[in-house]
Ligand binder design. Structure first.
Ligand SMILES: Nc1nc2c(c(=O)[nH]1)N[C@@H](CN(C=O)c1ccc(C(=O)N[C@@H](CCC(=O)O)C(=O)O)cc1)CN2
Length: 285
């Protein structure tokens, strides 16, 4: 292995230490931030992610509010829980774990959330604020990736970032963050309709692989100085994570995020940043 590791676990732990101090300060003023989650169905991956979010919350003194519905839940039942979380004063920020079961109108559910309680940065108002350069919660995985690169001094200003994927949690929004003046990167967005993906990948200083296609990014597609972030989560027959990045890429790239242990913990840390910032805003700080 030649690549240096973009250590998401350690970086997330440092962020959580800083957040705990801010939560302690809020609690000393009688304000306890509360993270709500709505999990619908029995997807094992989603159950793990939600459990991890609550484990992190508890570590830093954020209250956990868990709502679960079966995979058979109707649109109306899901919307009723969203309304309940909107009204619950103990819940200062919340997320609806994605994906929702087939047949559910996800955009309608997200649109019903109180934008001031959006901990995921995926509410239409939050995405609009991002486009307009206004303050608001940032999408967790994209902002987690940027923090991970910053922490390891990987230069983004002037860099050519190739994003592979156009899903709502990462691919769609990360170009909006990367092209802000504060990051100043140039982005090429690729997807299943992209002609000659390897040719574009070979031009990249940074690759964000979020396609959900096991081992899509091959060693021969990566420049030797590149940083490669593996966001993809597929599972093999034993339930083990298989990322979008072929293991051989670690022999070529300058930087690589492990999977697990890279982008996942950063997603969870950024969620807590959003929850704490929302509680601070409410407290008038
Ligand atoms: N409402 C949302 N739903 C989903 C999001 C999101 O940002 N908001 N992103 C993904 C899943 N995701 C967040 O919920 C997520 C993925 C992975 C991890 C994580 O900590 N992974 C660990 C490994 C855990 C395991 O063993 O499976 C790691 O990478 O080390 C956290 C959150 C889709 N849904």
């Amino acid at each position: 292995m030649t690549a240096q590791i973009l250590d998401g676990k350690a970086t997330a732990a440092a962020i959580k230490t800083g957040l705990k101090e801010r939560v302690d300060a809020l609690r000393a003023r009688g304000i306890t931030p509360g993270l709500g989650t709505l999990l619908v169905g029995d997807d094992v991956g989603s159950q793990k992610y939600v459990a991890g979010k609550h484990r992190d919350s508890e570590q830093i003194g954020v209250r956990s509010i868990r709502r679960e519905l079966p995979a058979t839940a109707t649109q109306e039942e899901i919307e009723a829980v969203v309304r309940e979380l909107n009204e619950d004063p103990a819940c200062t920020g919340y997320i609806v774990q994605l994906p929702l079961p087939k047949g559910i109108d996800t955009n309608r559910v997200l649109g019903l959330m109180d934008p001031d309680k959006d901990a995921d940065g995926l509410h239409p108002t939050s995405l609009g604020r991002l486009v307009l350069n206004e303050p608001g919660p940032l999408p967790c995985t994209p902002q987690g990736i940027i923090q991970l690169l910053r922490k390891h001094d990987v230069e983004l200003a002037g860099a050519h970032v190739v994003v592979v994927g156009r899903g709502i949690t990462v691919g769609r929004s990360i170009p909006l963050l990367l092209t802000r003046r504060s990051e100043n990167a140039t982005v090429t967005q690729c997807h299943t309709g992209t002609r000659d993906l390897p040719a574009l990948l070979r031009q990249a200083d940074v690759i964000v692989a979020a396609a959900g296609v096991p081992h899509l990014i091959k060693p021969e597609d990566v420049r030797s100085g590149a940083a490669v972030l593996d966001v993809g989560v597929s599972r093999d027959e034993h339930g083990k994570i298989v990322g979008d990045v072929h293991p051989g890429v670690a022999e070529v790239a300058a930087w690589i995020s492990p999977n697990p242990g890279g982008v996942g913990p950063m997603t969870r840390a950024q969620l807590l940043v959003n929850v704490v910032e929302a509680a601070e805003r409410t407290a008038g700080e």
